[in-house]
Design a protein around this ligand. Structure first.
Ligand SMILES: Cc1ncc(COP(=O)(O)O)c(C=O)c1O
Length: 353
């Protein structure tokens, strides 16, 4: 059969998202995907109804997440990870070949990838030298349909300034959706923009159970928004967005005991992060450790290739980022105390500049 390229032409040059799993690596300390180091407990599941399709909703998960997030259940949509929320928002709001998204790099790579898949344009208004939003430059951009703000931002690790967020959200009322990706918000819960949902119909908040809740393998995320956005999302979402085992695990995680556990683990990880960051900062081979409000620490190295080689030689898989501004940086997920000691031990002998 002759080879015909029937795929959409704009996909020809597209590189798939370089997820930590796709990049792979070899080692025994995995600090490359911002996953939780805490294993989950075994769980008994009711499989008796698995000959039927799952709930389209699923209403119980929506109610449980709404209770946790402090919103009305009508504002919650459970999905296959925050990634599906990002994809649906681009598909629902950007016409192929016509509309554009705005992002502030360096930031999470899926905003760009989803835009490219949709054949939407991308306007990048870089974060400033202190990793803050350049509010003036962002608000000077016309004709974008979706503005993605990652708060706290991956891979820089900082939470965005609240006044800056409010200014951008206010500016785009009636002009574009503003999507605040709060994948790491459990590490700084007081910084959430969820209260602004009440007064801003064009605001969307994206959340996940993959990070602080330690459920990356279950891959459940949430989209929080007002009635209009929800209406659009319900038109394009897959008929059964959550498999029932995922819904059952999500419910378990969102019950009182699950929430208490998540908060305990966040506290442990935040303490580990702070002591790791402080120790990293004292090493001669490290130039700068960025402050982090997340479960990862991004540091720059005068000789990044040497640092990277030392980590690999010791079986430590961390993350390099493709963004030119982070060419000399390595991002470390905060793992167990033993994992972080391994990192420090691998880097300690390296000389400075
Ligand atoms: C900022 C940000 N948003 C979304 C995601 C994806 O989350 P999920 O696992 O729920 O798809 C990630 C994963 O690393 C992330 O860093």
């Amino acid at each position: 059969m002759p080879k015909h390229d029937l795929a959409c032409p704009h996909l020809g040059e597209l590189t798939p998202y370089q997820s930590a799993r796709r990049i792979g690596g070899s080692g025994d300390v995995w600090l490359n995907a911002n996953e939780s180091p805490f294993p989950r407990d075994p769980m008994v599941m009711d499989v008796s109804e698995y000959h039927r399709y799952p709930d389209h909703g699923p209403a119980q998960v929506h109610t449980a997440y709404a209770r946790y997030a402090g919103v009305d259940p009508s504002r919650v949509l459970a999905l296959r990870g925050a990634d599906e929320a990002i994809d649906l928002l681009v598909r629902g709001y950007c016409r192929a070949g016509a509309d554009r998204i705005l992002l502030c790099g360096p930031t999470y790579g899926m905003y760009e990838l989803c835009a490219k898949v949709q054949d939407a344009g991308i306007v990048d208004v870089p974060l400033d030298a202190d990793d803050r939003l350049d509010v003036e430059a962002i608000c000077a951009v016309n004709n974008v349909r979706v503005v993605f703000l990652c708060h706290p931002n991956n891979p820089t690790g900082n939470a965005l300034n609240h006044a800056d967020l409010e200014a951008v959200i206010a500016h785009f009322a009636g002009r574009a959706l503003v999507v605040v990706d709060e994948a790491y918000i459990e590490f700084c819960p007081e910084r959430t923009v969820v209260p602004l949902l009440e007064t801003h119909e064009h605001l969307v908040v994206v959340r996940t159970l993959s990070k602080a809740f330690g459920l990356a393998g279950v891959h459940v995320g949430f989209l929080l928004a007002g009635a209009d956005v929800m209406d659009t999302m319900r038109k394009i979402v897959a008929p059964y967005p959550l498999a029932d085992p995922c819904a059952q695990i999500a419910l378990h995680a969102l019950a009182d005991e699950g929430l208490a556990r998540m908060r305990r683990e966040v506290e442990l990880l935040a303490a580990e992060r702070d002591s790791f960051a402080a120790a990293l900062d004292t090493l001669p081979c490290v130039a700068h450790v960025r402050p982090s409000a997340t479960n990862f620490v991004t540091a720059t190295f005068p000789r990044v290739e040497t640092a990277w080689a030392a980590l690999l030689a010791d079986g430590i898989v961390a993350r390099r980022m493709p963004h030119p501004r982070l060419a000399d940086a390595i991002r470390f997920t905060v793992g167990s105390a033993a994992d972080m000691q391994r990192v420090l031990k691998a880097l300690a002998p390296l000389p400075g500049d």
